[in-house]
Design a protein around this ligand. Structure first.
Ligand code: ADP
Length: 271
């Protein structure tokens, strides 16, 4: 009887502990949700005044409201650049909130992957030449169509391409490629940059994480880009991953299911 009583007491104690843990988990979960809602509200409220500040700076820079001494221009450039950075951070925070609340809206359309990647490469070409990095584009000879949200995928490719450029050394090459791999369509972005150490994949795709904190000052960033990118890609039923070697470079790749034209006439889907 003694042992059974002891066992019963232990059992009761265990149950109590489990309830307590459950309660704590729920409390911290709702605290996290409250925190993320708060961040989203603040970000949203920051947007309007910031847009106005950026607009005013642009107006001053345009010279339409009077000429300024030459010495002012570099200062205005700094203000503008930082305004843009802040705006990008706010958009990222809002995207994280959208993703986590399941409120990110996608508009799926047939997309030509060759076209999608060319467009994304075009839009970073200015940045690339400023950094002295060459971008080469290898498109697929056969037509590759997927179903996707053009703006959101542009955002993902822009993010990965600008990371590739950001972590490249001057004179390096970034290679952007579209190819068939098995029955999937792969977009890959290869750089000859610093590489990513082993065992940090969770952090690379995590929130607010930069693998080497000393990078922050050297190459700015929010640490949100790849987190958001992965969520967007996975919403396309596709995968985002990378392979990397320190000092050699990194290749990020996205694998999509091709769009199957059910009663395929051999023609590409209407765009
Ligand atoms: P951010 O670029 O704003 O820091 P990301 O989420 O885009 O945030 O990237 C997270 C981190 O992953 C980067 O800070 C960097 O440490 C690492 N990383 C991403 N892409 C590369 C790359 N091509 N080469 C080396 N490190 C990279």
């Amino acid at each position: 009887g003694d042992i059974a009583a002891k066992f019963y007491l232990n059992y009761q104690e265990r149950l109590r502990q489990m309830d307590q843990i459950k309660e704590e988990n729920e409390r911290s979960k709702s605290a996290l949700e409250a925190k993320s809602r708060f961040l989203a509200t603040v970000s949203h409220e920051l947007r309007t005044p910031l847009t106005s500040i950026i607009g005013s700076l642009e107006l001053i820079r345009s010279g339409k409201i009077g000429t300024l001494p030459d010495t002012v221009e570099p200062v205005l450039d700094i203000a503008s650049r930082n305004g843009q950075r802040l705006a990008a951070l706010i958009e990222d925070i809002l995207d994280v909130q959208r993703v986590e609340a399941g409120e990110m809206v996608f508009s799926f359309k047939p997309l030509d992957v060759n076209h999608l990647l060319s467009e994304a490469v075009d839009s970073v070409s200015g940045y690339a030449s400023k950094l002295g990095v060459r971008v080469t584009l290898h498109l697929s000879a056969e037509a590759c169509y997927i179903s996707g949200d053009r703006n959101r995928l542009n955002q993902v490719l822009g993010n990965i391409l600008s990371n590739a450029l950001k972590f490249s050394i001057e004179g390096g090459t970034v290679t952007a490629r579209v190819e068939r791999v098995g029955d999937r369509i792969r977009i890959s972005i290869q750089d000859e940059g610093s590489g990513i150490p082993e065992g940090v994949k969770d952090r690379v795709f995590g929130k607010f994480t930069q693998v080497d904190s000393s990078d922050i000052r050297k190459v700015g960033g929010t640490g949100l880009g790849l987190y958001i990118s992965k969520q967007i890609v996975e919403s396309h039923n596709a995968t985002l991953d990378y392979v990397s070697e320190l000092g050699v470079g990194t290749t990020f790749y996205l694998d999509f299911d091709p769009l199957r034209d059910a009663d395929s006439s051999g023609q590409p889907p209407h765009l």
